[in-house]
Design a protein around this ligand. Structure first.
Ligand code: CP
Length: 332
Protein backbone atom coordinates (compact mmCIF):
# COMPACT_ATOMS: atom_id res chain seq x y z
CA UNK A 1 0.00 0.00 0.00
CA UNK A 2 1.19 3.48 -0.76
CA UNK A 3 0.47 4.93 2.67
CA UNK A 4 1.24 8.53 1.92
CA UNK A 5 -0.71 8.75 -1.33
CA UNK A 6 -3.67 7.01 0.35
CA UNK A 7 -3.51 9.06 3.55
CA UNK A 8 -6.41 11.39 2.85
CA UNK A 9 -8.61 8.34 2.35
CA UNK A 10 -7.24 6.43 5.35
CA UNK A 11 -6.95 9.03 8.05
CA UNK A 12 -8.70 12.12 9.29
CA UNK A 13 -6.21 14.95 9.51
CA UNK A 14 -6.44 16.23 13.09
CA UNK A 15 -5.58 19.81 12.13
CA UNK A 16 -7.46 21.29 9.22
CA UNK A 17 -5.08 22.40 6.49
CA UNK A 18 -5.67 24.48 3.42
CA UNK A 19 -5.86 22.34 0.30
CA UNK A 20 -2.85 22.94 -1.90
CA UNK A 21 -3.81 24.24 -5.30
CA UNK A 22 -0.50 23.25 -6.85
CA UNK A 23 0.99 20.07 -5.60
CA UNK A 24 4.51 20.19 -6.68
CA UNK A 25 6.37 23.11 -8.14
CA UNK A 26 9.41 21.94 -6.20
CA UNK A 27 10.29 18.74 -8.03
CA UNK A 28 13.92 18.74 -9.06
CA UNK A 29 14.44 22.23 -7.64
CA UNK A 30 16.94 23.43 -5.04
CA UNK A 31 15.73 24.96 -1.77
CA UNK A 32 18.10 27.86 -1.14
CA UNK A 33 15.96 30.69 0.23
CA UNK A 34 12.56 31.23 1.81
CA UNK A 35 11.90 33.70 -1.00
CA UNK A 36 11.08 30.67 -3.14
CA UNK A 37 7.94 30.07 -1.06
CA UNK A 38 4.80 32.11 -1.69
CA UNK A 39 1.68 31.54 0.39
CA UNK A 40 0.41 28.91 -2.02
CA UNK A 41 3.65 26.95 -1.73
CA UNK A 42 3.58 27.36 2.05
CA UNK A 43 0.04 25.95 2.16
CA UNK A 44 1.28 22.99 0.20
CA UNK A 45 4.21 22.38 2.59
CA UNK A 46 1.91 22.64 5.63
CA UNK A 47 -0.60 20.25 4.07
CA UNK A 48 2.04 17.67 3.24
CA UNK A 49 3.69 18.07 6.66
CA UNK A 50 0.35 17.19 8.27
CA UNK A 51 0.13 14.11 6.10
CA UNK A 52 3.66 13.11 7.07
CA UNK A 53 2.89 13.61 10.77
CA UNK A 54 -0.22 11.48 10.52
CA UNK A 55 1.62 8.74 8.66
CA UNK A 56 4.41 8.65 11.29
CA UNK A 57 1.91 8.62 14.16
CA UNK A 58 -0.10 5.80 12.61
CA UNK A 59 2.48 3.53 11.00
CA UNK A 60 5.95 4.97 11.73
CA UNK A 61 7.38 4.79 8.23
CA UNK A 62 6.56 4.11 4.60
CA UNK A 63 8.28 3.39 1.29
CA UNK A 64 7.59 6.66 -0.50
CA UNK A 65 11.31 7.41 -1.06
CA UNK A 66 12.51 3.80 -1.27
CA UNK A 67 15.42 3.68 -3.70
CA UNK A 68 16.38 7.33 -3.15
CA UNK A 69 19.53 8.42 -1.32
CA UNK A 70 20.18 11.66 0.59
CA UNK A 71 23.70 13.03 1.14
CA UNK A 72 23.90 15.08 4.34
CA UNK A 73 26.96 17.33 4.04
CA UNK A 74 27.62 19.44 7.14
CA UNK A 75 30.63 21.78 7.38
CA UNK A 76 29.29 23.16 10.69
CA UNK A 77 27.99 21.37 13.79
CA UNK A 78 24.33 20.38 13.97
CA UNK A 79 22.07 18.19 16.06
CA UNK A 80 18.51 18.96 14.95
CA UNK A 81 18.88 19.77 11.26
CA UNK A 82 21.15 16.83 10.48
CA UNK A 83 19.28 14.32 12.65
CA UNK A 84 15.85 15.40 11.41
CA UNK A 85 16.84 15.17 7.74
CA UNK A 86 18.27 11.69 8.37
CA UNK A 87 15.15 10.65 10.30
CA UNK A 88 12.94 12.16 7.59
CA UNK A 89 14.66 10.19 4.84
CA UNK A 90 14.62 6.96 6.83
CA UNK A 91 10.94 7.29 7.76
CA UNK A 92 10.20 7.64 4.05
CA UNK A 93 12.14 4.49 3.26
CA UNK A 94 15.19 6.14 1.69
CA UNK A 95 18.91 5.85 2.42
CA UNK A 96 21.38 8.40 3.79
CA UNK A 97 25.07 9.23 3.30
CA UNK A 98 25.79 11.08 6.57
CA UNK A 99 28.78 13.45 6.43
CA UNK A 100 27.67 15.07 9.64
CA UNK A 101 30.36 14.14 12.14
CA UNK A 102 32.70 16.79 10.80
CA UNK A 103 34.01 17.26 7.30
CA UNK A 104 37.51 16.85 8.79
CA UNK A 105 36.89 13.14 8.28
CA UNK A 106 36.11 13.64 4.58
CA UNK A 107 38.36 14.72 1.72
CA UNK A 108 37.46 18.33 2.48
CA UNK A 109 40.32 18.09 5.00
CA UNK A 110 42.66 17.39 2.05
CA UNK A 111 41.57 20.61 0.37
CA UNK A 112 38.75 19.38 -1.85
CA UNK A 113 36.56 22.25 -3.07
CA UNK A 114 32.84 22.52 -2.37
CA UNK A 115 31.92 22.07 -6.07
CA UNK A 116 34.09 18.95 -6.34
CA UNK A 117 32.63 17.52 -3.13
CA UNK A 118 29.09 18.15 -4.36
CA UNK A 119 29.82 16.74 -7.83
CA UNK A 120 31.18 13.63 -6.15
CA UNK A 121 28.24 13.13 -3.80
CA UNK A 122 25.70 13.47 -6.60
CA UNK A 123 27.22 10.36 -8.19
CA UNK A 124 25.76 8.45 -5.22
CA UNK A 125 22.84 10.54 -4.03
CA UNK A 126 19.61 12.00 -5.42
CA UNK A 127 19.50 15.06 -3.15
CA UNK A 128 22.12 16.93 -1.09
CA UNK A 129 21.51 18.78 2.17
CA UNK A 130 24.29 21.29 2.88
CA UNK A 131 25.27 23.32 5.94
CA UNK A 132 28.23 25.63 5.41
CA UNK A 133 29.69 28.66 7.24
CA UNK A 134 29.71 30.96 4.17
CA UNK A 135 26.76 33.01 2.95
CA UNK A 136 25.98 31.94 -0.61
CA UNK A 137 27.56 28.49 -0.31
CA UNK A 138 24.29 26.65 -0.95
CA UNK A 139 23.73 28.59 -4.17
CA UNK A 140 27.33 27.83 -5.20
CA UNK A 141 26.75 24.13 -4.49
CA UNK A 142 23.47 24.21 -6.39
CA UNK A 143 25.20 25.81 -9.37
CA UNK A 144 27.67 22.91 -9.41
CA UNK A 145 25.18 20.12 -8.77
CA UNK A 146 22.65 18.48 -11.07
CA UNK A 147 20.64 17.04 -8.18
CA UNK A 148 18.59 19.26 -5.82
CA UNK A 149 20.54 21.03 -3.07
CA UNK A 150 18.77 22.01 0.15
CA UNK A 151 20.24 24.83 2.22
CA UNK A 152 20.57 23.69 5.85
CA UNK A 153 22.11 27.00 6.92
CA UNK A 154 24.68 29.15 5.11
CA UNK A 155 26.61 31.27 7.60
CA UNK A 156 24.64 34.30 8.73
CA UNK A 157 22.52 34.08 5.57
CA UNK A 158 19.48 31.82 5.58
CA UNK A 159 18.13 28.64 7.13
CA UNK A 160 15.01 28.13 5.03
CA UNK A 161 13.91 24.72 6.29
CA UNK A 162 14.13 26.00 9.89
CA UNK A 163 11.92 28.96 9.01
CA UNK A 164 9.40 26.65 7.35
CA UNK A 165 9.22 24.49 10.46
CA UNK A 166 9.02 27.60 12.65
CA UNK A 167 6.06 28.90 10.66
CA UNK A 168 4.42 25.47 10.65
CA UNK A 169 4.81 25.37 14.44
CA UNK A 170 3.29 28.83 14.90
CA UNK A 171 0.29 27.71 12.87
CA UNK A 172 0.00 24.46 14.78
CA UNK A 173 0.24 26.16 18.17
CA UNK A 174 -2.03 29.13 17.50
CA UNK A 175 -4.18 27.97 14.57
CA UNK A 176 -3.33 30.94 12.33
CA UNK A 177 -0.55 33.29 11.27
CA UNK A 178 -2.43 36.38 10.07
CA UNK A 179 -3.18 38.79 12.90
CA UNK A 180 -0.41 37.59 15.22
CA UNK A 181 2.10 39.69 17.15
CA UNK A 182 5.48 38.01 16.82
CA UNK A 183 8.43 39.10 18.98
CA UNK A 184 11.96 37.89 18.19
CA UNK A 185 14.54 38.12 20.94
CA UNK A 186 18.32 37.82 21.10
CA UNK A 187 20.94 37.79 18.36
CA UNK A 188 18.99 39.29 15.48
CA UNK A 189 22.15 40.32 13.64
CA UNK A 190 23.80 36.93 13.17
CA UNK A 191 20.81 34.63 13.74
CA UNK A 192 20.00 33.26 10.30
CA UNK A 193 16.78 31.66 11.55
CA UNK A 194 15.51 35.14 12.46
CA UNK A 195 16.36 36.41 8.97
CA UNK A 196 14.55 33.56 7.23
CA UNK A 197 11.51 33.62 9.51
CA UNK A 198 11.23 37.39 9.06
CA UNK A 199 11.20 36.97 5.30
CA UNK A 200 8.41 34.38 5.48
CA UNK A 201 6.34 36.46 7.91
CA UNK A 202 6.49 39.41 5.48
CA UNK A 203 3.87 37.54 3.45
CA UNK A 204 1.34 37.68 6.30
CA UNK A 205 -0.63 40.36 8.13
CA UNK A 206 1.52 40.35 11.29
CA UNK A 207 3.05 42.82 13.74
CA UNK A 208 6.75 42.24 14.37
CA UNK A 209 8.77 43.22 17.43
CA UNK A 210 12.57 42.87 17.53
CA UNK A 211 14.25 42.72 20.93
CA UNK A 212 18.06 42.87 21.00
CA UNK A 213 21.09 44.66 22.38
CA UNK A 214 22.24 47.54 20.18
CA UNK A 215 25.11 45.51 18.69
CA UNK A 216 22.85 42.64 17.70
CA UNK A 217 20.01 44.50 15.98
CA UNK A 218 18.32 43.14 12.88
CA UNK A 219 20.32 44.04 9.73
CA UNK A 220 19.24 47.44 8.43
CA UNK A 221 18.56 46.05 4.93
CA UNK A 222 15.98 43.65 6.36
CA UNK A 223 14.44 46.33 8.56
CA UNK A 224 14.12 48.67 5.55
CA UNK A 225 12.44 45.91 3.57
CA UNK A 226 9.89 45.40 6.34
CA UNK A 227 9.15 49.12 6.44
CA UNK A 228 8.89 49.32 2.64
CA UNK A 229 6.35 46.50 2.71
CA UNK A 230 4.23 48.30 5.29
CA UNK A 231 4.74 45.71 8.04
CA UNK A 232 4.06 47.02 11.56
CA UNK A 233 7.49 46.77 13.19
CA UNK A 234 9.14 48.04 16.40
CA UNK A 235 12.58 47.61 17.97
CA UNK A 236 13.48 47.58 21.66
CA UNK A 237 16.17 46.16 23.91
CA UNK A 238 13.74 45.18 26.69
CA UNK A 239 11.64 42.01 26.74
CA UNK A 240 9.29 43.76 29.18
CA UNK A 241 8.16 46.00 26.29
CA UNK A 242 6.76 43.04 24.32
CA UNK A 243 5.95 40.21 26.70
CA UNK A 244 2.35 41.16 27.54
CA UNK A 245 1.13 41.35 23.95
CA UNK A 246 3.22 38.74 22.17
CA UNK A 247 1.42 35.80 20.59
CA UNK A 248 4.81 34.32 19.73
CA UNK A 249 8.06 34.88 21.60
CA UNK A 250 10.85 33.54 19.37
CA UNK A 251 14.04 33.44 21.43
CA UNK A 252 17.52 32.90 19.96
CA UNK A 253 20.99 32.37 21.39
CA UNK A 254 23.87 34.76 20.84
CA UNK A 255 25.82 33.18 17.98
CA UNK A 256 29.26 32.72 19.53
CA UNK A 257 30.74 31.30 16.32
CA UNK A 258 30.06 34.54 14.39
CA UNK A 259 31.97 36.87 16.74
CA UNK A 260 35.49 38.00 15.83
CA UNK A 261 35.93 39.59 19.28
CA UNK A 262 35.45 37.01 22.10
CA UNK A 263 35.14 39.74 24.74
CA UNK A 264 32.12 41.19 22.93
CA UNK A 265 30.49 37.76 22.94
CA UNK A 266 31.16 37.42 26.69
CA UNK A 267 29.52 40.81 27.28
CA UNK A 268 26.39 39.91 25.31
CA UNK A 269 25.90 36.18 25.82
CA UNK A 270 23.73 36.45 28.96
CA UNK A 271 21.77 39.53 27.90
CA UNK A 272 18.41 37.73 27.95
CA UNK A 273 17.00 34.90 30.00
CA UNK A 274 13.31 34.05 29.80
CA UNK A 275 12.22 32.86 33.25
CA UNK A 276 8.93 31.72 34.81
CA UNK A 277 8.66 35.19 36.37
CA UNK A 278 8.86 36.87 32.96
CA UNK A 279 6.35 34.40 31.51
CA UNK A 280 3.86 35.35 34.24
CA UNK A 281 3.38 38.56 32.25
CA UNK A 282 2.72 36.71 28.99
CA UNK A 283 -0.65 35.73 27.54
CA UNK A 284 -2.17 32.44 28.68
CA UNK A 285 -2.41 31.40 25.03
CA UNK A 286 0.85 32.09 23.24
CA UNK A 287 3.87 30.14 21.97
CA UNK A 288 7.40 30.29 23.35
CA UNK A 289 9.71 29.14 20.55
CA UNK A 290 13.47 28.71 20.12
CA UNK A 291 15.28 27.14 17.15
CA UNK A 292 17.69 25.57 19.67
CA UNK A 293 20.32 24.91 20.86
CA UNK A 294 19.68 27.10 23.89
CA UNK A 295 22.61 28.11 26.03
CA UNK A 296 20.84 29.86 28.88
CA UNK A 297 18.24 32.05 27.11
CA UNK A 298 15.27 30.01 28.35
CA UNK A 299 15.14 28.70 31.91
CA UNK A 300 14.60 24.88 31.78
CA UNK A 301 12.00 25.42 34.53
CA UNK A 302 9.74 26.58 31.67
CA UNK A 303 9.94 23.25 29.85
CA UNK A 304 6.72 22.05 31.48
CA UNK A 305 4.87 25.29 30.73
CA UNK A 306 2.23 24.42 28.07
CA UNK A 307 3.28 27.53 26.15
CA UNK A 308 6.85 26.22 25.77
CA UNK A 309 6.66 24.77 22.27
CA UNK A 310 10.35 24.39 21.41
CA UNK A 311 10.49 20.61 21.62
CA UNK A 312 7.27 20.30 19.61
CA UNK A 313 9.01 22.67 17.16
CA UNK A 314 11.91 20.17 16.96
CA UNK A 315 9.55 17.32 16.10
CA UNK A 316 7.75 19.40 13.51
CA UNK A 317 11.12 19.80 11.80
CA UNK A 318 11.11 16.15 10.83
CA UNK A 319 7.61 16.32 9.32
CA UNK A 320 8.39 19.46 7.36
CA UNK A 321 11.65 18.00 6.06
CA UNK A 322 9.83 14.80 5.05
CA UNK A 323 7.44 16.95 3.03
CA UNK A 324 10.31 18.87 1.40
CA UNK A 325 12.33 15.76 0.52
CA UNK A 326 9.28 14.14 -1.05
CA UNK A 327 8.55 17.29 -3.02
CA UNK A 328 12.03 17.87 -4.45
CA UNK A 329 12.28 14.17 -5.33
CA UNK A 330 8.98 14.26 -7.22
CA UNK A 331 7.06 12.05 -4.81
CA UNK A 332 4.56 14.64 -3.68
N1 CP B 1 18.00 24.78 14.82
C1 CP B 1 19.13 24.27 14.32
O1 CP B 1 19.54 24.58 13.19
O2 CP B 1 19.76 23.37 15.14
P1 CP B 1 21.08 22.58 14.79
O3 CP B 1 22.20 23.61 14.68
O4 CP B 1 21.28 21.61 15.92
O5 CP B 1 20.90 21.89 13.46
Amino acid sequence: MDYVKDLPKLFDLSVASEEPSHANGMTGHDIISVDQFDREALSYVFHRSHEMRDMVQRVGSCDLLKGYVLACLFYEPSTRTSASFIAAMERLGGGVIPITQGVQFSSVSKGESLPDTVCTLEQYADVIVLRHPEVGSSQAAADAASVPVINAGDGTGEHPTQALLDLFTIREELGRIDGLKVAMVGDLRYGRTVHSLTRLLMQYDVSLRYVSPENLRLPMSLMNELIDRGIRVRETHDVADVIENADVLYVTRVQKERFTDPTQYEELKDYYKITPEIMEEAKAKMALLHPLPRVGEIDPALDTDPRAAYFRQVKNGMYVRMALLAAVLGQA
